[in-house]
Ligand binder design. Structure first.
Ligand code: MFK
Length: 221
């Protein structure tokens, strides 16, 4: 396959969240407009991830736990009246940001991308701990689905969904260091797109995956 490097790696890399609206001729939703929030949403997403890591690492006293629960409840109560339909939301839809402005999966920092491949780094904080310094076995397919799903839908391809995602755990994936992550197309035939990905810590292969992504037919959710 021929590939042209993308000079702005994470621009246009997997804007799955916006494509259905564009295809339907609807305007981009407000949450996708970087100008609406500037850097403030990125700051919030980083603060949220940092909070989850700090909570996972800490052993707070009872008073702190009670105060924290009260603060979080106050914020939930402030946000609930602002609930909006999916297509208007911001969380996870800022594809102009590394990490998409969300905290559900670890932040993927894209270093290079083209039509058929992407390379970057990923760092699993303590929030993603399984045990004994290793990332939880469910969090690894999560980042594979993120990178493969976004690549599968990149470069103006029609939207697709994951049909299968096979993960092999080759050695532990450590909590803490920056890890190298890579994904690439293996084949693209009709509606079926097969892609693979790897995560390395230095020279050590931590995990690898293969995913089948099937392009959606009109009307498929
Ligand atoms: C900004 C946001 C960025 C977000 C990034 C993250 C992206 C994450 C993407 C996802 O995670 S999507 C959520 C998880 N996936 C799902 O919920 C998908 C649920 N399943 C479905 O919706 C349907 O099963 C699917 C659309 C995948 C396929 O159903 P279809 O009825 O459209 O396809 P069909 O069954 O006709 O199969 C088409 C071809 O694929 C093949 N196929 C389908 N599923 C397969 C499977 N599991 N294994 C092997 N082959 C499979 C099937 O055999 C057939 O091959 P042939 O054309 O050669 O006959």
């Amino acid at each position: 396959m021929t590939s042209q490097p993308n000079p702005e790696p994470h621009k246009g890399f997997g804007d799955l969240g916006e494509r259905p609206w564009k295809a339907a001729g609807l305007p981009a939703h407000p949450g996708a407009d970087p100008a609406a929030y500037g850097r403030s949403w990125e700051t919030l997403a980083n603060a949220l991830s940092g909070f989850l890591d700090a909570l996972a690492e800490s052993v707070p006293g009872r008073e702190t736990v009670e105060a924290l629960a009260a603060d979080l409840t106050t914020w939930s109560d402030k946000l609930k009246p602002l609930a909006s339909p999916e297509r208007d939301r911001v969380f996870g839809r800022r594809t102009d940001l590394h990490g998409r402005g969300q905290s559900m999966s670890p932040k993927l920092v894209v270093i290079r991308s083209d039509r058929d491949s992407v390379e970057g780094t990923v760092h699993f904080g303590s929030y993603f701990l399984g045990g004994n310094g290793a990332v939880h076995g469910g969090a690894i397919p999560l980042i594979f689905d993120e990178i493969l799903g976004r690549l599968a839908n990149s470069a103006d391809r029609p939207p697709s969904r994951t049909a299968y995602l096979h993960t092999d755990f080759r050695s532990i994936t450590p909590i803490g260091p920056d890890l190298s992550i890579r994904a690439w197309f293996v084949s693209e035939e009709g509606r079926k797109r097969i892609l693979r990905a790897t995560i390395h810590h230095g020279d050590t292969l931590c995990a690898e995956a293969e995913g089948l992504f099937v392009a959606l037919r009109p009307g498929q959710p």
